[in-house]
Design a protein around this ligand. Structure first.
Ligand SMILES: [Zn+2]
Length: 324
């Protein structure tokens, strides 16, 4: 890619679609964001994505845009650019998203899973730069996971590999959104952290969260739990400690399984700092092989909300290497 040309990176989330041009150094510009909340059909979401990409392309002039890389939630077949299903996008089942976007935009498109895209971004210009074997875990609405081995995304046999959030951490635990009991996501996602705080309050324990939520535990968010924990609230600290511990159980298991050099942990919850990172290390020391743990690093993500967008653009370039 010459310095002049860009790839449009697209990050589709549950509430917004975000687009920006990404140059060959991973720098972004012409950022555009459109709401997809309330879009009732597959077609409505596709139309918003096309609109968002078109606006960003117009910002550059179309002749400067080499192609489009999309990061989307759900199970993706990368080779065909098909979304097999996306639990949070209405009607997205067996959707040939790449073909649809190429047809409407008249430009080459590549599709990637959002967690994989974020990992590709962090590996390229973020916290995982220069690291060959790493695992990215993003604590958000769910617990996203992606595995990079030998500088390549590990997709598994039919595209569903890397689902760290759905590894079992409690044998007969809380039923996860995926339907299985005791997944990591059911304890360490942002909604799960809020839920566990609510449960503690309903059991009658005293906490500053009781005052903050004005007697209505339904209004408690993970950010409130993290804030209360930081201020020394024992209930909030116990919830964060449990999330960190179960995250550490998964991290230690993955360390023994794959011997990575690095875990990159992303999402708003990492602002809790040692409240999350210390229990992770406690479990690594309890459970992981000393040999594997001796070279291991666990770091916060570096690219924030832009990781998926940058990585989706990078995935386009990696999938379609230019002849030069
Ligand atoms: Zn699950």
């Amino acid at each position: 890619m010459t310095q002049d040309r860009v790839v449009i990176g697209v990050d589709l989330g549950g509430t917004n679609v975000r687009c920006a041009g990404v140059d060959d150094k991973g720098r972004i510009s012409h950022h555009t964001k459109l709401s997809v909340a309330g879009s009732a059909s597959a077609e409505a979401v596709v139309a918003r994505i096309v609109d968002c990409i078109s606006r960003t392309m117009d910002g550059y002039g179309r002749n400067r845009v080499m192609g489009v890389g999309v990061g989307t939630p759900g199970l993706i077949i990368a080779e065909t650019g098909t979304v097999v299903y996306a639990p949070n996008v209405p009607g997205w089942t067996d959707l040939p998203l790449r073909d649809i976007l190429e047809e409407r935009l008249k430009i080459p498109v590549e599709i990637e899973n959002d967690a994989n895209a974020a990992a590709i971004g962090e590996h390229w210009v973020g916290a995982g730069r220069g690291v060959r074997h790493l695992i990215c875990i993003t604590l958000g609405t769910g617990v996203g996971g992606a595995i990079i081995l030998n500088d390549q995304i590990w997709r598994g046999a039919n595209g569903a590999g890397g689902e760290v959030g759905h590894t079992t951490v409690i044998e007969d635990g809380v039923i996860c959104g995926c339907g299985a009991p005791g997944c990591l996501e059911a304890y360490a996602s942002a909604p799960a952290i809020a839920r566990q705080a609510r449960e503690a309050l309903r059991a009658g324990v005293q906490s500053r969260l009781t005052t903050w939520c004005d007697g209505n535990p339904e209004t408690i968010t993970s950010a409130m739990v993290a804030q209360a924990a930081e201020e020394g609230d024992p209930v909030a600290q116990a919830v964060m400690h449990r999330a960190g511990t179960l995250l550490g159980v998964a991290v230690a298991s993955l360390t023994n399984l794959l011997n990575p050099e690095l875990f990159v942990i992303g999402g708003g919850v990492i602002n809790a700092g040692d409240l999350i990172f210390k229990p992770i290390w406690d479990e690594i020391h309890r459970r992981a092989y000393k040999w594997s743990a001796s070279i291991l690093r666990v770091v916060p993500a570096a690219l924030g909300d832009d990781a998926g967008l940058i990585g989706a653009a990078r995935n386009f370039t990696l999938s379609r290497p230019s002849p030069s």
